[in-house]
Design a protein around this ligand. Sequence first.
Ligand SMILES: [Zn+2]
Ligand SMILES: [Zn+2]
Length: 104
Amino acid sequence: MVNCFVPNCNHYSETKVCNFFRFPANKLLKLKWTQNIRRSDRCPSVNSQVCSCHFIDGLKENNPTIFSWNKEKKFLFVSPEKKNKRKPKPTSKTVVANEEELPD
Ligand SMILES: [Zn+2]
Ligand SMILES: [Zn+2]
């Protein structure tokens, strides 16, 4: 069982709700991860892993950037775009739903 290396994250590999990634072998990349994770009290060991919740699209190549301490920031940054997208979305969704209901 591996606990996510990210502080405030209590995800375990055993729960299988997300994927777990080992720190990259590349030193610079590893340093970047460590800096992003802001864990000054501990250095990642060979057994340390980070869960996919901290990666955009859950992809390791995106590097861990999603953390509890920047979630709000991210939300604020994303929200203007979301607001614009929100308006057309419900209409297109209802159209799709109606189409799905019609065939029978
Ligand atoms: Zn995690
Ligand atoms: Zn997770």
